[in-house]
Design a protein around this ligand. Structure first.
Ligand code: ZN
Length: 405
């Protein structure tokens, strides 16, 4: 039998086939199915349905540092509870959103104090100022940029809302792709196909009154697509969950009379690693109607799902920030310790490395970790010694290139 496109229903030819991601690539999905969608139908669905879903889940994509196969996720604007605005980037990195331009001491003439989130922003601001003040030397000004670390004073506010028909079609399409991958012909999934083609009502509903994943791993912001076809109920059911938070049950079709079929595809989007999970979908026609009717969706359940994975975001951000601060601190110490390249490190060089390193990371330990000055200093020196040991063991006690960069 020739393959037929699940979206438009026309025959798929060799020249218009596609590798459809079961979980959208923008969410970190890897596994694909072919002979399922035309190339152009796939592109259109990707831009609209998957695009809408990715837009709704963008804060999670960025905060969890989703590993995607192609391209980085776009940055987005976020605000802290104290009203400061930042740009959230992949891996949860934060940049200043708006440049701050102040006229410095008017007595000195046209002197400006400019605060920007990046060198590129600095150039933009200077280009703007140059229109008014042609005497500005952009390169010279950029050369004397002072880099300052600032740390967040209040937590980021997350506005997470998902739902609606566009993103719903993406959920349905993903379960349909897995059903197809499990050997169920698209023709048997008339509810899903009808909904995707616009001739039938939505065939999904959010589900939060229980956990359909058996022995859910703790704190993992997992993606999971599952399907189950049962001759006793005649139902072909699907389940789509993203980041452990967005959880929907799908009814793909009725009147199934074949052998029981079950299949699960789950990943940890932070690494792309596949997870071995089991999903239970113990629903009959009546339960499915209740799910469509929002009877199994509630705010408390949504919040509990969110609370189960959010601490992992905070911890990942904390770890990433600590690693960055330590790496940069050590680079600074190594570069400025006074030893010549290829020289054996003297005891004075080593003392300098630990001293410079601890001075550099001290503000982070007091401001972000909230340590008192004494504890912070002790901690900074201990970490400095540990990092020095590690560096020495890697470069045989000689100052070659910085071994930790
Ligand atoms: Zn098509």
């Amino acid at each position: 039998m020739k393959p037929v496109c699940a979206i438009c229903g026309k025959e798929i030819t060799a020249s218009d086939n596609s590798e459809e991601h079961i979980i959208p690539a923008s969410l970190g999905g890897r596994r694909t199915v072919s002979d399922f969608l035309h190339g152009h139908c796939n592109n259109e669905a990707g831009a609209t349905w998957d695009g809408e879903l990715a837009k709704q889940l963008q804060p999670l994509i960025l905060n969890f540092g989703v590993k995607r196969q192609g391209g980085q996720a776009l940055k987005m604007k976020v605000a802290t509870t104290a009203g400061e605005e930042f740009l959230l980037g992949p891996g949860g990195s934060l940049e200043m959103l708006k440049p701050i331009i102040e006229k410095a001491d008017p007595a000195i003439g046209n002197t400006y104090k400019i605060q920007v989130g990046s060198r590129a922003d600095g150039r933009k601001v200077l280009n703007g100022l140059k229109r008014k003040h042609p005497e500005i030397d952009i390169e010279a000004s950029l050369a004397c940029i002072r880099v300052e670390e600032t740390y967040l004073k209040a937590p980021i506010q997350l506005n997470l809302q998902f739902g609606g028909e566009e993103s719903g079609r993406s959920l349905v399409k993903s379960t349909l792709a897995l059903a197809y991958d499990a050997g169920l012909p698209v023709d048997l999934c008339q509810d899903a196909v009808g909904y995707l083609r616009g001739s039938k009502a939505p065939c999904f509903g959010y589900y939060y009154i229980g956990d359909l994943i058996v022995e859910r791993p703790t704190g993992v912001p997992l993606h999971c697509i599952a399907i189950e076809a049962r001759p006793d109920t005649g139902l072909i059911l699907g389940y789509a969950e993203y980041f452990g938070i967005n959880r929907a049950v799908v009814c793909l079709g009725h009147g199934y009379q074949g052998e029981p079929v079950r299949k699960v595809y789950a990943i940890d989007p932070r690494t792309g690693m596949q997870l071995d999970l089991a999903v239970d979908l113990p629903f009959n026609e009546e339960a499915i109607k209740a799910i469509y009717d929002y009877q199994m969706d509630n705010d408390a359940g949504r919040k509990a799902a969110y609370d189960a994975v959010w601490p992992a975001i905070l911890e990942a951000r904390r770890n990433a920030e600590w690693e960055r601060v330590a790496r940069e601190g050590f680079k600074y110490a190594w570069d400025n310790c006074g030893a010549k390249p290829d020289a054996i490190l003297t005891i004075i060089d080593k003392v300098n490395i630990v001293r410079l390193f601890s001075t550099k990371i001290f503000p982070f330990l007091t401001q972000v970790w909230g340590l008192d000055a004494h504890t912070a200093l002790t901690r900074a020196v201990i970490v400095g010694l540990e990092v020095l040991n590690l560096a020495e063991s890697q470069s045989a006690k000689v100052k070659t290139r910085n071994p930790l960069v």
